[in-house]
Write a protein that binds this ligand. Structure first.
Ligand SMILES: *[C@@H]1O[C@H](CO)[C@@H](O)[C@H](O)[C@H]1NC(C)=O
Ligand SMILES: *[C@@H]1O[C@H](CO)[C@@H](O)[C@H](O)[C@H]1NC(C)=O
Ligand SMILES: *[C@@H]1O[C@H](CO)[C@@H](O)[C@H](O)[C@H]1NC(C)=O
Ligand SMILES: *[C@@H]1O[C@H](CO)[C@@H](O)[C@H](O)[C@H]1NC(C)=O
Ligand SMILES: *[C@@H]1O[C@H](CO)[C@@H](O)[C@H](O)[C@H]1NC(C)=O
Ligand SMILES: *[C@@H]1O[C@H](CO)[C@@H](O)[C@H](O)[C@H]1NC(C)=O
Ligand SMILES: *[C@@H]1O[C@H](CO)[C@@H](O)[C@H](O)[C@H]1NC(C)=O
Length: 619
């Protein structure tokens, strides 16, 4: 019986192969172990999710299978290096990371697993078609071997993210800044999303009315610890929302003078909407009980706490109205409150001193928040705002002019750069930023998942007809499709920096225009050793430990204890590198060199490209 099932599926796969090689997400339970008591069905007796809730018809496939397979291999290579060379299983962490970057690394691993499991069918058909001789017995053997191997691969990395649950220094993060806590929330929500997706696609039939035929992937047992940690840290971080200054907005850190910055607010929005959509509930009451909801779960089994939705909506409406973007449409870094001395002497109470510093990650995190807000509310404006921002990012890399070496604000020659990249002066923070941007861009544009379809059904949003979510979804995916060449250009640029050990560097591409990435007028680079741009004197000393008085004690920032910003104040001079002092064989050996953070940037951009190549609505 098992053999017949496999052959049946295989023939189906091969039959559709010539027509479509980029399958829409749907149940692909070829990988599910058959439990001894389960009925083996030749035909699925229930329709797959994709038929129950109509998905947009797949576009005409355009991606040759060889191209998919090339990116698949590049992505797996990059992930292997990140995990084999930098992750220590016995410690359950990446020892060279710091707490917040580790949270981001875990997020990348979970998200990459989601991309891989979404496309198990494609890769399967690819490999099979290479070696298929038409002999059914042989095909069957290959399929079985491949399925086992693939499942083993997924479990290999999932085990590592599970170990990281225990290796993560959760106690330390509790005493750090609000953004640090929110990275932790996003990381565990991403882990839960993967668990549910892998189970939906390969094990569970989520629409089965018969509870006893439900088969869950074993990894879903990690839902409760992951949900617990997400809930605890969301609870702690939401204390950073403050209405006493600027009529709202998150402050960055309770240990510093108030600084309402883009990243903390974007994280708060993304985490709030993530909690609303994907948080399954938490019944662990240590160290403190969550507020128990009176409401029943929705019909999809999730609590969908309206206060999470409210927080995301209010958070975005504050950020969007905050005037934090510059003339190029990009988010600056954040606001100081002029004249603030203490809570009793708060100065203007207004967000009136903008640090105009532009980073890649500040243009990224909001994107996944906007997608979630659209999904939750149905308002297209959220997606429109996201696309406007993405377009501004593309322009700020000089796109579509690939030939120029001229700095355009966030890159050159169509390749994304942070200002610290070209001079090799990024801190550990700065080295993590581009990967974060690509992670959230991919999240903004990814396919809708079975779990989200269940949410929409549960919210009674499937009967919207032509004007409903589907129409907007197709419009959204069509916009996303246009980013493909830019993403591919950036992925290729990242691959160029791979050294002999397969390690990817920080400064992507192959230019020699070192150290010509001027900071914006009036900017201080808090994230990379505090370099200052022109006309930034007004900001000097505004960010300091709470309680310290003087305006220019930059050495007393107190950041080392709170944020682990390394080497603050002892930074190499930004303009220290010139071609004469330094004749590098490899620009990416300068400064901190290749690290687990730069590797994660490579993983993220390759995953984005892989997603674009394998998603029918994006290819
Ligand atoms: C297909 O055949 C090639 C050459 O014999 C081999 O290297 C490759 O591993 C085979 N692929 C699979 C999936 O068995
Ligand atoms: C559920 O499935 C099991 C096993 O296939 C079967 O014995 C049982 O009768 C089913 N229950 C319902 C309510 O259909
Ligand atoms: C809500 O769902 C959770 C997780 O599935 C479950 O443990 C809990 O009992 C449900 N609560 C209610 C009130 O149905
Ligand atoms: C927004 O900021 C710019 C300078 O960054 C300023 O000129 C403008 O007046 C501000 N607009 C509002 C509505 O505060
Ligand atoms: C964000 O602000 C812009 C410009 O002020 C506005 O056009 C847009 O509608 C706002 N977005 C949302 C979701 O309210
Ligand atoms: C969806 O409709 C059902 C049946 O009318 C109702 O019980 C449920 O509360 C609705 N769900 C939402 C989120 O409005
Ligand atoms: C990088 O650029 C240099 C000079 O422009 C060229 O000689 C070299 O081949 C390029 N390397 C790669 C890998 O494209």
């Amino acid at each position: 019986m098992r053999a017949l099932l496999v052959i049946h599926r295989l023939l189906c796969l091969l039959a559709v192969f010539s027509e479509t090689n980029a399958l829409a997400l749907r149940s692909q339970d070829v990988l599910a172990p058959l439990s001894p008591n389960a009925q083996i069905r030749l035909e699925d007796s229930t329709d797959p999710p994709s038929k129950q809730l109509p998905l947009p018809a797949p576009e005409k496939p355009s991606e040759p299978i060889g191209s998919i397979s090339r990116t698949y291999n590049d992505l797996l290579d990059a992930l292997n290096v990140m995990q084999d060379d930098y992750f220590q299983l016995w410690q359950g962490t990446w020892p060279t990371s710091i707490d917040w970057t580790a949270a981001v690394l875990g997020t990348h691993v979970s998200a990459t697993l989601s991309s891989l499991t979404s496309t198990a069918g494609d890769v399967l058909s690819n490999l099979l078609s290479e070696n298929a001789s038409g002999n059914h017995k042989e095909l069957e053997d290959i399929t079985e071997q491949y399925s086992l191997g693939f499942e083993n691969l997924i479990n290999h990395y999932f085990d590592q993210t599970s170990a990281f649950y225990f290796g993560e220094d959760a106690f330390a993060v509790r005493n750090q800044a609000f953004d640090d806590m929110l990275w932790v929330v996003l990381g565990w929500l991403e882990n839960i999303k993967f668990q549910v997706l892998h189970s939906d696609l390969h094990y569970d039939d989520p629409f089965s009315p018969n509870e006893t035929t439900k088969r869950l992937w074993h990894g879903t047992q990690f839902q409760s610890p992951a949900a617990h940690r997400a809930r605890v840290f969301y609870g702690l971080a939401s204390g950073g929302w403050d209405v006493s200054l600027c009529n709202g907005g998150m402050i960055w850190s309770p240990y510093l003078t108030p600084y309402k910055n883009a990243i903390t607010n974007e994280l708060y929005i993304a985490a709030s909407i993530g909690m609303y959509l994907y948080f399954p509930g938490d019944f662990i009451d240590s160290p403190f009980m969550g507020t128990t909801l009176d409401d029943e779960n929705w019909s999809d089994g999730y609590p969908h706490d309206p206060t999470h939705l409210q927080a995301a909506i209010e958070g975005y409406s504050w950020l969007n109205a905050s005037n934090m973007t510059g003339a190029n449409g990009l988010y600056g870094d954040g606001f100081h409150i002029s004249g603030w001395k203490s809570a009793d002497d708060p100065g203007t109470r207004k967000c009136d001193v903008l640090n105009t510093m532009v980073y890649t990650y500040n243009q990224g995190v909001i994107l996944s928040g906007l997608r979630g807000l659209w999904l939750a509310t149905g308002l297209q404006q959220y997606l429109s705002d996201g696309h406007r921002l993405v377009n501004d990012v593309l322009l700020a890399t000089g796109w579509p002019d690939k030939g120029s070496q001229q700095w355009e604000g966030l890159g050159r020659g169509g390749v994304l750069e942070d200002a610290c990249d070209s001079s090799g002066s990024c801190s550990q923070n700065g080295q993590t930023f581009k990967g974060i941007f690509f992670h959230h861009l991919a999240e903004f544009c990814r396919d809708i998942r079975p779990q989200e379809l269940r949410f929409l059904a549960s919210a009674n949003r499937t009967g919207d007809g032509e004007d409903g979510w589907q129409y907007v979804y197709e419009w959204h995916q069509a916009r996303c499709r246009t980013y493909r060449p830019w993403i591919e250009h950036n992925a290729n640029a990242a691959l160029l920096t791979k050294n002999g050990d397969g390690k990817i560097g920080e400064w992507w591409g192959n230019t020699t225009a070192t150290d010509v990435s001027p900071l914006p007028q009036g900017a201080i680079d808090y994230q990379n050793y505090g370099a200052q741009g022109e006309d930034s004197e007004a900001l000097t000393g505004l960010l300091r430990s709470r309680g310290s008085k003087g305006p220019s004690e930059d050495e007393t920032l107190g950041l080392d204890s709170t944020r682990q910003l390394q080497g603050w104040g002892t930074a190499p001079e930004r303009s220290g590198f010139t071609e004469r002092d330094y004749a590098p064989n490899d620009y990416n050996d300068r400064g901190r060199g290749r690290t687990v953070e730069t590797q994660s940037g490579g993983v993220a951009v390759l995953r984005a490209l892989y997603q674009w190549k394998t998603t029918s609505s994006l290819a």
